[in-house]
Design a protein around this ligand. Structure first.
Ligand SMILES: [Zn+2]
Length: 205
């Protein structure tokens, strides 16, 4: 990151550094955000700070599906209207929002919190796979949909899980092709994602 001007006040430098740690924020954006905040009315800045603190205090992971939640178990896991024999496995909590938006899925979810990526040093042990296996041992699950992203890491993760889950005697399916390759599930449009869900196919051994 480029050296801030020596005349920059220390708190501003600190704020720029904090923004720079966020995903997708480069040095220029970090500076722009910091100076935007400087000009913001104090009440708005306080509301932003309070929202950040609140999310850290009140939001945890659901002990069942690992989704971010205010209540444990989360509303989906404890909801009476959900089909409990089917689990849709996704990489990130945002992917649940994408699938829910399609309104064509009524089952449960499991969030892995990432994908296998040897390049980034992320292995199966870094994902919530043990938690998934625990669920499959105790719940009456008949089908697991592997809805990881249609990119290299997502495919590798799906293949790893398929090998792990098939011996358990479950139906293991993968979203149908047609999602933009290399993309993220969360950016797929509702119709495409809905079709990919409906057209899911059993993973061949
Ligand atoms: Zn849950």
């Amino acid at each position: 990151m480029q050296e801030p001007n020596l005349s920059t006040a220390a708190p501003v430098v600190r704020l720029i550094e904090e923004f720079y740690k966020l995903p997708g924020i480069g040095p220029k954006s970090a500076q722009r955000l910091a100076y935007y905040l400087l000009r913001m009315p104090a009440s708005e800045a306080e509301a932003l700070a309070a929202a950040i603190l609140e999310v850290k205090e009140k939001v945890t992971l659901c002990s069942v599906c690992q989704n971010v939640t205010e209540t444990d178990p989360c509303r989906i896991c404890s909801g009476g209207q959900r089909e409990r024999s089917i689990i849709c496995v996704v990489e990130e909590p945002l992917d649940i929002l994408a699938v829910e938006r399609t309104q064509s899925y009524r089952g449960l979810y499991h969030v892995l919190h990432g994908a296998i990526s040897p390049m980034d040093g992320i292995g199966p042990e870094d994902l919530k796979i043990e938690e998934l296996l625990r669920r499959l041992r105790s719940d009456e699950v008949r089908e697991v949909i592997l809805a990881t992203n249609p990119n290299l890491e997502g495919e590798a993760t799906a293949m790893y899980l398929a090998r792990l889950l098939r011996p358990l005697g479950l139906k293991v399916t993968r979203l149908a092709r047609g999602l933009p390759v290399g993309g993220d599930l969360e950016y797929a449009d509702d119709v495409t994602l809905s079709r990919a869900l409906e057209g899911r196919q059993e993973v061949e051994s």
